[in-house]
Design a protein around this ligand. Structure first.
Ligand code: HCB
Length: 217
């Protein structure tokens, strides 16, 4: 039963057992469970629970680090399968994505990047703690028509606006759409800073990217 695999993946992530998370992820793949289902129904709910336990004071920073490592390793195990699906798709457009300066949260950003690649986008993932000028240079160098900006801290949300302003100053804003996301980010915030799109999760990010890519053509 695919739900048994997914439950085990979620539980092992919450328990902070990366080896088990990877083993259950591989077992689920071998049993024919779709990689997207493993992400959406196994891994992401696990990370959400870990976040809730951290917020309530039940978990501490080391718990976050171990669970995040489990998520990262499981995503690496899924990558070859996601790539196989990607090969069947025509390019949907070029995207530059990263977590803004001052912020090292990478899981959500990497998930969005992986999902966009799996849906045919040519993705340039700049990583985390990305200086504003690197976003600008990457847009210029790759000819990207979409930038994804991730921020997980209330203190780094404002950096998303700085990137938008820098793209404007570089004369690139007319040809690039900006999509923002991250746990503290909202549609209202996206509107306030002049972003073109907001996505609550990776599935929403793919939908938004497809819509914005259409608008950019
Ligand atoms: Co971190 N952390 N953390 N953290 N962390 C949060 C974000 C808090 C909310 C936890 C809390 O207090 N309740 C909090 C931020 C509070 C705030 O500012 N309001 C917090 C804090 C305070 C900190 C430190 C400051 C802790 C410290 O050192 N005292 C420190 C920050 C260091 C820094 O960045 N300079 C820190 C460190 C860490 C790690 C390193 C231990 C670890 C990250 C490991 C890693 O990424 N490699 C970590 C983690 C794991 C979390 C929580 C628990 C989970 C984040 C996560 O991965 N979620 C998080 C709690 C939470 O978010 N509720 C906590 C799962 C992913 C799938 O969701 O929201 O990131 P996501 O991404 C979604 C969505 O937002 C959207 O799609 C994604 C996929 O579905 N999306 C986009 C994201 N980016 C997008 C871009 C787009 O263009 C479009 C959509």
């Amino acid at each position: 039963m695919s739900s048994d695999f997914l439950t085990r993946i979620t539980e092992s992530l919450v328990d902070g057992d990366p080896a088990a998370t990877v083993a259950h992820t591989r077992a689920a793949l071998a049993a024919g469970v779709e990689p997207m289902a493993i992400i959406d129904q196994g891994l992401v709910p696990g990370m959400r629970m870990v976040g809730e336990k951290f917020s309530s004071g039940e978990y501490f920073l080391p718990n976050l680090i171990v669970s995040a490592s489990g998520m990262k390793q499981a995503m690496q195990a899924l990558e070859p399968e996601l790539r196989k699906r990607q090969q069947k798709l025509a390019s949907a457009g070029t995207v530059v994505i990263g977590t803004v300066k001052g912020d090292i949260h990478e899981i959500g950003k990497t998930l969005v990047a992986t999902m966009l690649a799996a849906h045919g986008f040519d993705v340039h993932d700049l990583g985390v703690d990305v200086p504003t000028e690197r976003f600008v240079a990457a847009v210029r160098d790759t000819g990207a028509t979409l930038v994804g900006l991730s921020a997980l801290l209330t203190t780094t949300m404002s950096v998303q606006k700085k990137v938008i302003d820098a793209l404007e100053e570089a004369g690139l804003r007319g040809r690039v759409q900006v999509m923002v996301g991250g746990a503290p980010v909202s549609r209202a915030w996206a509107d306030e800073i002049g972003a073109d799109g907001y996505a609550e999760d990776a599935v929403g990010a793919v939908e938004t990217a497809i819509r914005l890519a259409g608008a950019a053509r």
